[in-house]
Design a protein around this ligand. Structure first.
Ligand SMILES: [Zn+2]
Length: 323
């Protein structure tokens, strides 16, 4: 009776959001065919990579942080909208980064990466608090030719020390054992300070600090942020993204001059071969647009050598995310 009732209503009930692992079997044959395509990157011309962008689809994936209060970001953003902006900037490849701590977001991104050649790498999610399950998921994900990293929205966790709790450290060790890099959404000062502790506890891990850890650009301060960035940069396995800076500045009045001291500091601390440009689209649209962020980053790097510029705008990301 109960079963029959459920069946009768079946067509009007939305499909459950959690994807079945059966989906993996659908991916692999298609993926293996694609992985035999020739590498279309011409090594003689510098590759241009946007190492940090997002898509979200409100109908398919649950994003607990994304509600009406997110204003213009509270809608679906999909690849077709980004294409003309990438073309205008001359971007060859992007790194598509997770926006939700769930498997359906990761599956959605990997599916998009199969459909769009210019998505060069996907940074997905695994449950670091459950190292065994993280390992089982990584066994599957790492067979996908574009799965290249993991991130967790640590800045949305109520515990600012979430990253260094023992279970998560165990999870990070599993990541390291798969050779999968970890993107840290380090928001200064709560999370950036933990990067050296993570590197001490998980020596083989590659860590990428997103958005230069959101320096206090709006308040035009350097001190504590600079100290923490320098401490993180002492570990050779730590990289950083020159991204998300416009939204750390005064949204309505930022200029290149506001961003440049932080970018200069990062180049001095890390070297260009450990830095990578990212647009943080569509978040960047809160304080400008794709073209403005791209142009401002080019302007901020004016005067650096061509090799340094090429590193930040593509070579570092190509190496770290194996694009
Ligand atoms: Zn982002």
């Amino acid at each position: 009776m109960g079963e029959g009732t459920a069946f009768a209503h079946h067509q009007s009930v939305k499909a459950p959001p959690v994807p079945s692992l059966e989906l993996f079997r659908v991916w692999y044959p298609a993926v293996e065919r694609r992985s035999s395509y020739p590498n279309q990157v011409d090594i003689m011309s510098p590759i241009r990579i946007d190492a940090h962008q997002h898509f979200w689809n409100l109908a398919k994936v649950d994003y607990p942080w994304l509600g009406p209060e997110a204003g213009p970001l509270y809608r679906t953003f999909e690849p077709a909208e980004l294409v003309p902006q990438l073309k205008a900037a001359g971007i060859d490849k992007t790194v598509l980064v997770q926006s939700a701590n769930n498997t359906e977001d990761t599956i959605s991104m990997l599916t998009q990466a199969e459909d769009y050649d210019w998505i060069g790498a996907v940074v997905g999610w695994v449950p670091l608090l459950d190292p065994d399950r993280a390992g089982r998921l990584l066994e599957r994900y790492t067979r996908h030719p574009k799965f290249r990293g993991v991130r967790h929205l640590i800045h949305n966790e109520p515990d600012p020390d979430w990253l260094i709790q023992p279970r998560v450290v165990e999870g990070l060790k599993v990541l390291a054992s798969f050779g999968v890099p970890f993107d840290v959404v380090a928001v200064y000062p709560d999370h950036l300070k933990h990067v050296p502790a993570v590197m001490e506890r998980v020596p083989g891990l590659t860590v990428i600090i997103d958005h230069l850890a959101k320096p206090p650009i709006k308040h035009k301060q350097m001190g504590g942020w600079a100290d923490q960035m320098a401490a993180a940069a002492r570990y050779p396995g730590v990289y950083a993204k020159v991204s998300g800076l416009n939204t750390a500045a005064d949204w309505n009045a930022w200029t290149v001059d506001d961003l440049k001291p932080y970018i200069d500091f990062a180049v001095a601390a890390f070297g260009a071969d450990r830095l990578m440009f990212g647009s943080d689209w569509p978040v960047c649209t809160l304080a400008g647009d794709y073209a403005r962020v791209w142009q401002a980053t080019i302007a901020a790097l004016h005067g650096y050598s061509q090799a340094e510029v090429d590193a930040v705008f593509g070579e570092t990301a190509r190496r770290v995310y194996r694009i």
